[in-house]
Design a protein around this ligand. Structure first.
Ligand SMILES: C[S@@+](CC[C@H](N)C(=O)[O-])C[C@H]1O[C@@H](n2cnc3c(N)ncnc32)[C@H](O)[C@@H]1O
Length: 370
């Protein structure tokens, strides 16, 4: 049985927001954009089945995003939702039968995360709902009352606590009906427990095991044998397990010139240390290291793709050796690929249950609630 620390109704910690993880816009913007889209659509597709999101390296809940103004060459920062709060807000309206498991090893980061979860549980998260009746506002130009053109979106899910309310919307605080569980553990020591306790049990309503979506965002090395292989084994090319992995080239490149090269590669790729020299004989460039890793994942997932790279583009975006992180989507469901940057019209495939085709589905989602 995993030992989790369920957050209490009262505020447990007095963590200051100054201890938030700091992230740069350049390497994180696309990560958060993708998560916002993927969590929303994954949740809508998999609902109403039992489903679990597992954020293996959850961080502080909210992050301090550093933004560079290129024109004035000045910097400023804003606090936006990190992956745990994105998972909660993006599923908040359809959260029955959903678990969100947030795992974080650092005690200070965990305390910070807990304080936000506490706030979410006590107060709820702000969502902007369209005001249905004719909304009139006073024109600044003419001073006359004018009818506001109705915006299409019924709900707007802000990306931060203090987002300004748009005209024609009211702020409502919503509680997730999902079960939110926080673990202050190293993921290597906890993942088997999470799988046993939450993913391997048959859900009575659907008479099947829950659907799982792992988000692995280590900001460095993640152990293949102790973490990734367990997720891969659960997948084993069957539907019901997906993984988004933030793969760090930085973690590899910084150890290549050091005496830790072989032990690091052994850990990342799960290859015995004595075989590293032979296995990596012809692996020289960043592209080679990435392809080898993707190849390993492809043994367990039907589709392994780099997010943001269209399938039929002959030329991939320039893979600069200075690029540090690669977001990888591993899925067994072809419809998930369109979200990763593939051209959606190329996929004629019907979604699960054959209810609706993907183009209609994405169109509806872009033009309605989310
Ligand atoms: C890149 S940050 C996570 C950011 C977060 N996913 C987000 O997008 O808001 C990586 C986090 O992993 C935590 N961490 C590092 N090693 C870990 C481990 N072995 N198990 C669990 N968490 C770990 C760090 O303390 C840090 O908070």
């Amino acid at each position: 049985m995993c030992q989790n620390r369920p957050f209490s109704k009262k505020s447990i910690k007095n963590s200051k927001e100054g201890n938030l993880i700091k992230v740069g816009e350049k390497s994180n913007k696309s990560k958060y954009e993708f998560l916002r889209l993927f969590y929303t659509i994954w949740n809508q597709i998999t609902n109403p089945r039992a489903r679990v999101i597992i954020d293996t390296h959850a961080g502080t809940g909210l992050v301090n995003l550093n933004i560079k103004r290129s024109l004035t060459k000045t910097n400023y920062s804003k606090k936006i939702y990190g992956s745990p709060l994105i998972a909660i807000i993006k599923t908040i309206k359809i959260s029955q039968n959903l678990k969100i498991i947030l795992n974080e090893s650092d005690p200070y980061n965990f305390a910070q995360l807990e304080s936000f979860l506490d706030k979410v549980q006590n107060e709820g998260l702000p969502v902007f709902e369209k005001i249905e009746d004719d909304f009139r506002y006073k024109s600044l130009e003419t001073g006359r009352k004018r009818k506001l053109k109705q915006n299409k979106k019924k709900n707007i899910f802000p990306e931060e606590f203090n987002k300004k309310l748009p005209i024609g919307y009211k702020k409502v605080l919503i509680h997730s009906k999902g079960e939110i569980i926080a673990h202050n553990k190293k993921i290597e020591d906890n993942i088997q427990c999470i799988i046993d306790d939450h993913l391997d049990k048959i859900d009575e309503k659907s008479d099947s095991k829950p659907i799982a979506l792992f988000f692995v965002d280590p900001c460095g090395i993640v152990d293949w044998k102790k973490v990734i292989e367990l997720i891969c084994n659960r997948s084993n090319k069957r539907e019901g397990t997906e993984m988004i992995l933030n793969w760090s080239w930085e973690a590899i490149s910084r150890t290549l010139p050091t005496k830790f090269k072989n032990s690091t590669l052994s850990k990342i790729y799960g290859i015995p240390i004595e075989k590293i020299d032979k296995e990596f004989k012809d692996i020289l460039t960043m592209k080679d290291f990435l392809e080898k890793y993707l190849g390993q994942l492809r043994k367990y997932f039907k589709h392994v793709v780099e997010v943001g790279v269209p399938r039929d583009r002959k030329l991939k975006p320039k893979q600069s050796e200075h690029r540090k992180y690669f977001l990888i989507l591993c899925t067994n469901n072809q419809s998930g690929l369109s979200l990763a940057g593939y051209q959606k019209e190329k996929i004629g495939e019907k979604l699960r249950d054959g209810v609706i085709d993907l183009n209609t589905f994405i169109y509806q989602n872009n033009h309605s609630d989310n």
